[in-house]
Write a protein that binds this ligand. Structure first.
Ligand code: SF4
Length: 453
């Protein structure tokens, strides 16, 4: 076969794992399809990319898409030779079978260009510099005089005033020219190896491992681990606890005071802050669920879901304070709910006293579980979703449309954006069902622990 072009995203995939790269060319159908969570990540990337470009009001977008790369290359070449635009977005370059679209190239006042890679994170990472190095080699090979290069991320210290985004303060530029320059030669060598690999008929023999999640979660993981998953399921079980561990749990649970309530929040974390006083990726609670245990009766349930596009926190905090009353323990599973309550205290100082009082009643069920089971030698996951079916075999999340917090956040954004009322209602129902299941799981775990201890 003719050697296909190696793009920068494929190069990054290949630098994570040669098998991943081989799959990209020979068996892309084996990848996990993009779900709403992944789609939300892509959408965030586009939103951040557009704002980064808005910092250059006279810049020009090379709009030809990936099916029209020849046109993109021609337009780029033409505009670079003219002095019309101070910056180009998505400029296309090719060199020796390698291809890249640069997020931003900026014309420098004293001649030459600055290459900027835009990332929708708040931290610069090694993989971003690798990405820059790949582009730098191509741009130079194509004849561009690149004199500076760096990564533009969101600035985690930026606080939105609720009026207008300050685009200069929202972003942070990380200069990386020297590091990227130093990597160019080895990147060129790696690219040569990858170009040869993708012409091979047989996949490289690579076993799954930690590299499957670093720097990105590989979409072929389910395929590569299909045999392992079955073996893990068969061996998953919580060991019996020794008397000393049972005592530890019993002692911890004895501090609970009735009425025992169980609390869970769902949050979303907009990359671009939407509410006054918030920062990029600050988690905002939009939904809570509470189950209250009653002796001999089914636990009572209540919840609150914020359905408007305004800041959910003031109304959510009012409803939370009402629903939790002033007595009894409030069980959570992990320290996340405590952190969210602290966030509410900071955002709503006029509610601080009531929220501090709730914070003082929190009881983290995860702690006795962690101490008891880690001491017993159990090394499996102790997350709520892992522990629930082990302690309460008839319970689980399989019947739900949403089964994790990231998906919940993505579906909430979708629900707020859709114009389809029916779809919106269905998404809201799914969200409430998921959060309700979390607090019901917490009830079952407390009860299972009480009976074990
Ligand atoms: S799951 Fe792991 S081993 Fe399989 S292709 Fe992806 S990174 Fe490579």
């Amino acid at each position: 076969m003719a050697t296909p072009t190696l793009s920068k995203s494929r190069f990054i995939n290949g630098s994570q794992c040669h098998l991943r790269l081989w799959h990209d060319y020979h068996a892309p159908h084996l990848a996990k399809p993009a779900d709403p969570t992944l789609q939300a990540i892509f959408d965030t990337g586009h939103e951040v990319g557009d704002l980064a470009c808005a910092r250059y009001p006279s810049g020009h977008l090379i709009a030809h898409d990936h099916r029209h790369t020849t046109e993109a290359l021609e337009e780029t070449s033409k505009l670079i030779d003219q002095d019309t635009f101070p910056a180009l977005f998505e400029a296309a370059f090719t060199y020796q079978g390698l291809f890249a679209r640069a997020d931003i190239i900026e014309r420098l006042p004293d001649g030459g260009w600055r290459l900027i890679e835009v990332k929708s994170t708040t931290r610069n990472k090694d993989v971003f510099v690798l990405d820059l190095a790949f582009q730098l080699g191509i741009l130079r090979g194509a004849g561009l005089d690149v004199r500076d290069a760096g990564v533009l991320t969101l600035n985690r210290d930026y606080v939105y005033d609720g009026q207008q985004l300050d685009l200069d303060a929202l972003f942070r530029y990380h200069p990386c020219y020297e590091r990227a320059d130093a990597m160019c030669e080895s990147v060129g060598d790696q690219a040569k190896v990858m170009k040869s690999l993708i012409t091979q008929d047989d996949p490289p023999d690579i076993a799954p491992g930690d590299h499957c999640f670093t720097p990105y979660t590989c979409p072929y993981h389910a395929h590569c681990t299909r045999d392992q998953a079955e073996r893990d399921q068969a061996s998953d079980a919580l060991p019996a606890l020794a008397p000393e561990q049972r005592n530890h749990i019993k002692h911890a649970l004895a501090s609970l005071t009735p009425p025992i309530r169980h609390l869970d929040f769902e949050t979303f974390a907009p990359a671009i802050p939407r509410f006054a006083g918030t920062r990029p990726y600050e988690p905002i609670p939009f939904l809570f669920s509470i189950h209250t245990e009653h002796d001999g009766a089914d636990p009572a349930h209540t919840d609150y879901l914020h359905k408007g596009e305004d800041d959910p926190r003031p109304q959510l905090a009012d409803r939370l304070i009402d629903a939790l009353g002033s007595e009894g323990s409030v069980c959570t599973y992990s320290g996340y709910e405590r952190r969210m309550i602290k966030g509410l205290i900071a955002a709503l100082p006029y509610r601080a006293d009531a929220l501090h009082a709730i914070e003082a009643r929190l009881f983290d069920l995860y702690r006795p579980i962690r101490v008891g089971y880690y001491r017993s030698g159990y090394r499996g996951s102790l997350s709520l979703k892992s522990v629930l079916p082990l302690l309460s075999p008839d319970s689980g999340y399989d019947d739900l449309a949403i089964t994790d917090g990231q998906t919940a956040a993505a579906r909430y954004s979708l629900a707020l954006n859709t114009k389809d009322r029916r779809q919106q209602q269905s998404l809201f129902d799914d969200l409430r069902a998921y959060c309700e299941r979390d607090t019901l799981a917490s009830v079952k775990i407390r009860q299972a622990l009480a009976s074990i201890s």
